[in-house]
Design a protein around this ligand. Structure first.
Ligand code: AGP
Length: 608
């Protein structure tokens, strides 16, 4: 899950490439590198750490060229060192390659190439690509790239330049995202549109086993069999403001505060309480399939998996359809049972998560219809699904997902009501349920307005190294999500559990140093959750309770109480998660963590 950018045009390539790759740093930020052709010679620079380190190196010796490629890395093979940073070159330093993905048969290819006299300088899988292209290159770079990638097993999004066929950049993809930006007499290669948005909104999404060749005055797309492929130019709907911090200290905080607006964007044109209360245009062509669905399997990873768990509770409660939620990586290799009336739902903010993409392809191979809930338009999962719901919440740049979670949960709610109405035409409860979700953005804003309270609470717990999160029913997945947020950005070891499960083991962890965050909103299990709080208190645990406004009873039982507005139990996850996002955020900031680029993580995990 690295980021790559290529540029060819009449602008000064160094600046265009550095500005572009900085926008992709959320994809990986342990080292970076750049290459271009200056006066017929291949020039490259590499640096460890964030892109700003590479920029420092170039400030003293800037790039003088109108074309080049650049890379920011999330190490998979070989530690983050200068040697292992991209680009990787061939033996004669005439070819430079940047790569996003994993070459699974690189061991075999390395020994095959070493037997043919190639000398390797790094511990990476990627370097085999440079030597394979060298093996095949006479004077046509794209043909050499096509021959080389045919020997690759695994995933790749690559960009290549060579002094033996200068004046062009050749790109190819299989499994990793790759986009061509079509500008005014300039062209871009990128892993994600945010790197080229300031130059153009006209893009082409490459499909698997396709190659792109960009030159100063043209672009071409072909299959790796060298057959021309005609591609549609699509317009990106995002704008620059959406990828700026707009005055917030971090993208994560900006995105937490964007949630009221994000939910309104998700619901616009879909929920209007009138005759056909729920309109999901992306599903209109498969209503017959949806009516026949007998079982739903949700596949996802990380935060999207937690949203899937809330979705399970919603679909079973509102649409009365049995649902299973699977870790995509396990579903992929478990030979899952798929019947003809099984619907598979793939949940992914980025739409590029390799585990979810592979699981989705597995489900399709088994004959399942796949419905995707995605945020990134034109992403692989969105394009390969049979139907889908886009979140329309704008780019999510903070590595820790926040607004995507609440939007995914709200999308599940709309989908459940859609299925309910498809099957029963009307339901007396629906108008009330529509009113309820329309009130959520305002209620989230009320919680955001109390951020200072939560920041003070964070200050009281910032030095703890462990935490437990407990919830019941709809709030159990929120407890998991709260724990994941704290883990991801503050590196505090945190675990989420169904509250009743605590007595079966985790209670052994509780003492005066263990903060226990309990989601204790007023619902059918309120009495039970109060008992769980008593159990924690009787072992000197410190309790932070997320409670419903007006609940005085809980005041005397918890050490800290964060009140959230009342809402139907089915919608409470959209409110109870907000204080947990803010708590994790402020604890991480107070611990001096890099909130937007937490260590060892990357925004979209494009390798299995
Ligand atoms: C969440 O904060 C993490 N960034 C991670 O768990 C993420 O949810 C997971 O990688 C799935 O990503 P996706 O939604 O883009 O598929």
């Amino acid at each position: 899950m690295c980021g790559i950018v290529g540029y060819i045009g009449n602008k000064e390539a160094g600046k265009v490439l550095l500005d572009g790759i900085k926008r992709l740093e959320y994809r990986g930020y342990d080292s970076s590198g750049i290459a271009c052709i200056e006066n017929g010679t291949l020039r490259y620079e590499k640096a460890i750490g964030e892109v700003v380190e590479l920029e420092h190196k170039l400030n003293t010796n800037p790039i003088i060229a109108n074309m080049g490629i650049v890379h920011t890395r999330w190490a998979t093979h070989g530690a983050p060192t200068v040697e292992n940073a991209h680009p990787h070159m061939d033996c004669r330093c005439e070819i430079a390659v940047v790569h996003n993905g994993i070459i699974e048969n690189y061991d075999y290819l390395t020994s095959y190439l070493e037997q043919r006299g190639h000398i390797f300088k790094s511990q990476t899988d990627t370097e085999v690509l440079a030597h394979l292209i060298e093996e095949n290159l006479t004077d046509n770079l794209e043909e050499a790239v096509m021959s080389a990638v045919k020997m690759i097993e695994g995933t790749y999004g690559i960009a290549v330049i060579s002094t033996k066929d200068p004046g062009k950049i050749v790109a190819a993809r299989k499994g990793s995202p790759l986009i061509i930006g079509i500008g005014d007499n300039e062209y871009f290669i990128t892993s994600d549109v945010s790197a080229t948005l300031e130059h153009t909104r006209n893009v082409i999404y490459l499909d698997d086993l396709e190659v792109a060749i960009i030159t100063p005055d043209n672009y071409e797309t072909k299959t790796i069999e060298n057959i021309t492929s005609l591609k549609k130019i699509e317009e990106v709907l995002w704008n620059m403001d959406m990828i700026e911090k707009s005055g917030f200290q971090h993208f994560m905080l900006k995105e937490i505060h964007e949630q009221p607006q994000a939910l309104q964007n998700l619901m616009r044109g879909r929920v209007d309480g009138g005759k056909a209360p729920i309109k999901l245009g992306g599903l209109s062509h498969c209503e017959k399939d949806l009516l026949a669905v007998k079982r739903i399997v949700v596949i996802a990873c990380g935060t999207s998996w937690h949203a899937g768990l809330v979705g399970e509770y919603m679909l079973e409660e509102l649409a009365r359809i049995p649902v299973e939620v699977e870790y995509a990586s396990e579903f992929r290799y478990r030979n899952p049972i798929i019947e003809k009336d099984t619907l598979v739902m793939a949940i992914s903010q980025s739409g590029e998560t390799a585990d979810t993409l592979a699981a989705m392809r597995e489900a399709k191979n088994k004959g399942a219809k796949v419905l995707a809930i995605c945020n990134v338009v034109g992403s692989s999962i969105a394009r390969e699904a049979d139907a889908g719901i886009y979140l329309h919440i704008g780019p999510e740049i903070g590595v820790a997902s926040t607004k995507a979670f609440t939007a995914q949960v709200a999308a599940f709610y709309l989908f459940a009501l859609h299925i309910l109405l498809l099957r029963h035409k009307t339901d007396p409860k629906v108008p009330e349920m529509i009113t309820a979700i329309n009130s959520i953005p305002g209620k989230i804003q009320k919680i955001l307005d109390r951020e200072e309270e939560i920041r003070e609470m964070a200050d009281a717990y910032k030095d703890k190294n462990h935490a437990l999160y407990l919830g019941r029913g709809f709030n159990y997945p929120v407890a998991l999500e709260g724990a994941l947020k704290l883990k991801e950005i503050s590196y505090i070891h945190a675990q989420g559990y169904p509250a009743a499960e605590m007595k079966h083991g985790p209670i052994a962890l509780i003492d005066e140093n263990m903060p226990v965050i309990v989601i204790a909103t007023k619902d059918a299990t309120y009495g039970k959750i109060l008992n769980n709080i008593e159990e924690v208190k009787s072992r000197k645990g410190r309790v932070i309770a997320i409670a419903t406004e007006g609940d005085e009873q809980i005041q005397g039982k918890a050490d800290h109480v964060v009140y959230i507005p009342d809402a139907p139990a089915v919608l409470t996850p959209l409110l109870s998660v907000i204080p947990l996002q803010l708590l994790a955020y402020h604890m991480a900031v107070m611990r001096g963590c890099n909130v937007d680029k937490p260590r060892n993580l990357a925004k979209s995990v494009t390798v299995e």
